[in-house]
Design a protein around this ligand. Structure first.
Ligand code: PEP
Ligand code: MN
Length: 677
C-alpha cells in the first residue's frame, strides 16, 4: 500500500497551475470545435437546410462515452458534458443558418424616437446580431410606430415593454393588445444612462435636467442628490439631448445614451447614473405575421390571458404549465380598461407553439380561462438550449399526440374545435357581475327591443329587477331589415342603458353591429350581442373575439347549428372564451309565427358544445301571447337562460312592439317560471 503523505504547499501550487493549463487547453479545443461546427453550418447552408440529425448526435455521444470509459472516465460525466457540447454546436449552426437566411437582406424597422434613442440602439443590437441591415421609420409615439407596421410602411416595430428597475411599460402592452401584431423576437438591451451637457457644463452648476419619466424612475437616487436642480419631464430620451443642444445653456442637462451625446455633440458629464448598474430594458419585435421557429432553437412564447375572479383561478391556470413541466419566464398583470373586475395576465414561457405538447397546454388553458391569445413564438437568447433528448424516451413520435387529440374530438370534421365537447367536457359558465350563465339556475334577460328614452328604460329596468330578471337588455344600434325603420339611438342609448342597469344593479347586454364599434361598446356594456343578421359577419366575430366582454351569439335565421358553432369558433379562436349561444327561431315554410322556434336546438347544442345555450322566444314568435308558453318550454327542455322583450307601453314601441310583453305579462311569466312569487 502506498504511504499517503500531505503534499507541501509548493506542490499544490504546481498542481493548480497544471489544472489551469489543462483548462486553457480545453477552452482552446472547444473554440476550435466551434469553428468546425460553423464550417458544417456553412455546408448545410449551401446544400439546403436539413433539420438536426438526432441519430447522429446520439451515435456521437455513445462513441464519446465508450472512449471515455477507456480513459476510466465516468460515463455519466461524459454523457452530460457531450450533450452540452452537442447542444451548443447545434445552437451555433442554427444561429448561423438564421443569419444566412437572407444575405444582405434589409429590414424596415419602426421605432419610437430618433437616432440615439434606446429603441434605435436596441433595434441595432437585435439586427446586427442577425447580420441584417436596417432602415428606420422614426415615429413620435409608440402608437405611430405600431401603425407604421399596420400600414405596411415598416416590416416590424421594436418597442420597449419592461425595464428591470421601473417595471412594465403599460402603454406599450395596451397598444399591442389592441393592435393584433405578433411577437416575432425580443432583445434585452442594457440601458446605460448618462448625464449630458453642452461643452463647458459642470454638474455643480446645473439648474435644470430634461428627462424621460422612465429615466427619472431609473436614476432616482442620483437625481435626489442634485437638490438644486429642477427635473423637467420630457417625452423622449434622445430628443432631450437635442433640446439641450438647441438651448446651448451650460446650466441645463439631459439624461440619455452615450450615443445621443455623440450625435448631438454633447459632453458626457457622468456615466453610470442609474440606481442599479444592471439596468436592462426588454424590447419586443412585432410584425403582422407570426414567426415560425424550427425545432431545437431556444424559443419563447408570449400569451395574454384573463382568468375568472374566483379564488385560485390564476393558480389553476399556472398549474397547467407546472403539470406540463414548462418553464414560465415572465408574468405581468395589467388591468382591463373600464373593466375593474378583471385583470389581464401577460405570460412568457419556454416553448414553441409548433410543439404539440405546447399546443396541448394552450388547449387546456382555453378550457380554464376567460380569454387566451397567443402573441407569438420567437427565438430567444435569454433561454438555454433544450437538451438533446435520449433516444426512445418519447413514447409516441412528435405530432402524434396532437393528431390523436384532433381525431378524438368528434366535432372537428364540422369545422369547430374550441367550442366542442371534445375540447371541453365541463360546461362553460359565463359569469358577469355575479350572474352565472351556464350553471344550474335559469337566467332571465329582459328589456325593450330598443332603447327609446330615459323613462322607458328606467321603468323597464325596475320591472326586470322586481320580477326576478338578472340581466337588462336594450338595443342601441338596431340592424333593421328596412333602411327606413328606426335604427336605434346609438351611443346616447348606450349611456341610458348603462345608467338604468346601474340604478337597478343589473348587468346590461346590447347588440354591436360593426367591428369599429366593438371597442366603444365594450367599454360600457357588460355583454356584447351579435344578432341573427350578423352571425356570419366574420370580421365582426373576430372583433368581439378580441374584446374582454362575454358575447351572446344569436343563431342566424337560416343557419344550421353547425354553422352557429363555427361562427362561435371565430370568437373563441381570437381568444375570448366567454361565449353563449341563443336560439331565436329560424325560417321555415310555417307562416303562423314570425320564425319557427327550434327547441331541439337546445339539447342538440348541449350535446355538441360546452357553451351555455339560451332561448329568445320573442323574436321566434313575433306575438307577445305566444312568448310565455314558449319560455316555459325552453325552461323545460334545458335552456340555461331565456331572453324576452318587454315594453312599458308596447303599442307605442319604436320596434318589435307586437312581440313585446307588457310589464304585467312579464311578471306573470316570471311567476310561471318559478322565479317570482
Ligand atoms: C334583438 O335581440 O334585438 C334582435 C335584433 O334579435 P335578432 O338578431 O335575433 O333578430
Ligand atoms: Mn327586437
Amino acid at each position: 500500500m502506498n504511504e499517503r503523505s500531505d503534499p507541501n504547499p509548493g506542490d499544490i501550487e504546481q498542481i493548480r497551475d497544471d489544472i489551469d493549463r489543462i483548462d486553457a487547453d480545453i477552452l482552446k479545443l472547444l473554440a476550435e470545435r466551434k469553428a468546425h461546427s460553423l464550417r458544417i453550418a456553412k455546408e448545410k447552408g449551401i446544400h439546403d437546410r436539413p433539420s438536426r440529425d438526432q441519430t447522429r448526435e446520439e451515435g456521437l455521444i455513445s462513441d464519446r462515452i465508450a472512449s471515455g470509459m477507456e480513459h476510466d472516465l465516468d460515463s455519466g460525466l461524459v454523457n452530460r458534458v457531450w450533450r452540452e457540447i452537442v447542444n451548443d454546436s447545434v445552437r451555433i449552426q442554427q444561429e448561423f443558418l438564421d443569419r444566412a437566411e437572407g444575405p444582405n437582406q434589409a429590414v424596415t424597422v419602426a421605432i419610437q424616437g430618433i437616432d440615439g434613442s434606446y429603441s434605435q440602439l436596441a433595434a441595432q443590437q437585435y439586427f446586427d446580431h442577425k447580420g441584417t441591415s436596417v432602415n428606420y421609420v422614426r415615429s413620435p409615439t409608440f402608437a405611430a410606430a405600431i401603425s407604421a407596421v399596420q400600414r405596411g410602411e415598416a416590416d416590424v416595430a421594436v418597442l420597449p415593454i419592461e425595464n428591470t428597475t421601473s417595471g412594465a411599460i403599460s402603454e406599450v402592452y395596451d397598444l399591442l393588445l389592441e393592435s393584433n401584431l405578433r411577437f416575432v423576437g425580443d432583445v434585452r438591451f442594457r440601458i446605460r444612462h448618462c448625464l449630458l451637457g453642452i461643452e463647458g457644463a459642470s454638474i455643480s452648476e446645473l439648474r435644470r435636467i430634461y428627462c424621460h419619466p422612465q429615466a427619472v424612475a431609473q436614476c432616482s437616487e442620483f437625481l435626489a442628490q442634485l437638490d438644486r436642480c429642477e427635473i423637467v419631464y420630457f417625452s423622449d430620451t434622445a430628443l432631450s439631448g437635442q433640446k439641450i443642444r438647441d438651448l446651448g445653456d451650460p446650466t441645463v442637462a439631459a439624461i440619455a445614451s452615450e450615443e445621443a451625446a455623440r450625435i448631438f455633440g454633447l459632453d458626457v458629464l457622468k456615466t453610470g447614473i442609474a440606481n442599479r448598474d444592471e439596468n436592462y430594458t426588454r424590447f419586443v419585435v412585432v410584425a403582422p405575421e407570426p414567426a415560425h421557429v424550427p425545432e431545437g432553437i431556444p424559443t419563447k412564447t408570449s400569451i395574454v390571458m384573463a382568468v375568472g375572479n374566483h379564488p385560485g383561478a390564476l393558480m389553476d391556470a399556472l398549474g397547467v404549465f407546472h403539470d406540463a413541466d414548462i418553464n414560465l419566464v415572465m408574468l405581468e398583470s395589467r388591468p382591463i380598461p373600464n373593466n375593474p373586475r378583471e385583470e389581464l395576465f401577460y405570460l412568457d414561457f419556454d416553448g414553441n407553439i409548433s410543439d404539440p405538447s405546447v399546443v396541448a397546454v394552450l388547449d387546456t388553458l382555453t378550457r380554464l380561462v376567460r380569454f387566451m391569445r397567443v402573441l407569438g413564438s420567437y427565438p430567444s437568447r435569454d433561454l438555454r438550449p433544450k437538451p438533446v433528448e435520449r433516444k426512445g424516451r418519447r413514447a409516441t413520435p412528435r405530432g402524434r399526440s396532437a393528431l390523436t387529440q384532433l381525431e378524438a374530438s368528434p366535432s372537428s370534421p364540422k369545422g369547430y374545435r374550441l367550442g366542442s365537447r371534445g375540447h371541453k367536457e365541463q360546461n362553460t359558465v359565463v359569469e358577469v357581475a355575479g350572474v352565472k350563465l351556464g350553471g344550474e339556475d335559469l337566467v332571465v334577460i329582459a328589456g325593450p327591443c330598443a332603447v327609446e328614452s330615459w323613462d322607458q328604460m328606467m321603468t323597464a329596468a325596475k320591472a326586470v329587477k322586481e320580477s326576478g330578471g338578472s340581466i337588462l337588455r336594450g338595443g342601441c344600434f338596431k340592424p333593421r331589415t328596412s333602411p327606413y325603420s328606426f335604427q336605434g339611438l346609438g351611443m346616447e342609448a348606450l349611456e341610458i342603458l348603462v345608467e338604468a342597469g346601474k340604478a337597478y344593479g343589473l348587468p346590461v347586454v346590447t347588440e354591436v353591429v360593426s367591428p369599429e364599434d366593438v371597442e366603444g361598446v365594450a367599454r360600457k356594456a357588460d355583454i356584447l350581442q351579435i344578432g341573427t343578421r350578423n352571425m356570419q359577419n366574420f370580421s365582426l366575430l373576430s372583433a368581439v373575439g378580441r374584446a374582454h366582454r362575454p358575447v351572446m351569439l344569436k343563431r342566424g335565421m337560416s343557419s344550421s347549428l353547425d354553422e352557429l358553432l363555427q361562427a362561435a369558433e371565430y370568437i373563441l379562436s381570437e381568444g375570448n372564451q366567454q361565449v353563449f349561444l341563443c336560439e331565436r327561431g329560424i325560417r321555415t315554410f310555417e307562416t303562423s309565427t314570425r320564425n319557427t322556434l327550434d327547441l331541439s336546438a337546445v339539447p342538440v347544442l348541449r350535446q355538441r358544445t360546452h357553451l351555455p345555450v339560451i332561448v329568445d322566444p320573442s323574436h321566434a314568435a313575433g306575438d307577445r301571447d305566444l312568448v310565455p308558453p314558449l319560455a316555459l318550454a325552453a325552461q323545460a327542455i334545458g335552456a340555461h337562460g331565456i331572453m324576452v322583450e318587454i315594453h312599458p307601453d308596447p303599442d307605442t314601441a319604436l320596434s318589435d312592439g307586437p312581440q313585446s310583453l307588457t310589464l304585467d305579462q312579464f311578471r306573470e311569466m316570471m311567476v310561471g317560471l318559478g322565479l317570482s312569487s
